[in-house]
Design a protein around this ligand. Sequence first.
Ligand SMILES: Cc1ncc(COP(=O)(O)O)c(C=O)c1O
Length: 277
Amino acid sequence: MHLAIVGDKFIEAEKLDSAYLDYGTFFGDGVYEVLRSYDGRIFALEEHLGRFKRSLAEVDIEGIDIETVRQRVLKAFEKFKTPNAKIYFHITRGFGPRDHATEGLMPRFFLLISEMEDASEQKRNGISVLTAPDTRWKRCDIKSLNLLPNVLAKRLAHKRGCAEALFVDDKGFITEGASSAFFAVFGSKLQTSPLAANILPSITRQFVLKIYKNAGLELIEKQIKAEDAASADELFIAVSSKDIVPVVKFNEIQIVDGKVGKYTKSLMNEFAKLVKG
Ligand SMILES: Cc1ncc(COP(=O)(O)O)c(C=O)c1O
């Protein structure tokens, strides 16, 4: 027997919407993806589905047919009829009585499609970022719904007039952004953290690594010390919803002349070519 209060209303168990009993809400017990379309074409669907499949396996949510997920994404996109759309979807372990390890729950799918927000101003002028301690768990390679440290870091960034927070680990290395991968350019060398359990295998990062040579860069996959970042020639973040966004201020320090750097511009152009397919 259960009795619930939602807002200030008592609700009997039988009448309670099961969404309130979702393990995503109780425990952040689920995994998700965010992808987008450019001018009527979904970008990198296979890559996102591949990562989703891996996340599901890592958190032991079984019995999901990825083909069904793919069809739902495609159908939602077709129905929504918006050329530049943002598609969010997740699967939680299911719903039921609040117990950490209930067996036999039915995983639940949820999808939300919306019009892509305009990031052109950020892409044109660049953004400011600040650093925050990386207080996350040791499996940030899983795209899990547990995002409290990311939310707190991002809120702090916004309070200080920054668009993104960059996590710094106990040894002083930048791991990644609260919702983005992080890159620095030193001379003609593009530097980013190697993939490991402490960062998300970003799909945008994966594509940046396919185009950096076209922009005349060499690649170094090596962690970046927070104290070195402000003296880089260029900085940028990468995320599916906006692809490449230049960073022009790091912890209040202007990067070079505060303008978007030539390599970042070139990478943005290369990325734009890539999404046209
Ligand atoms: C923590 C974190 N790192 C990196 C990224 C970038 O990943 P992707 O390029 O797949 O969007 C995200 C995206 O939301 C993220 O939340």
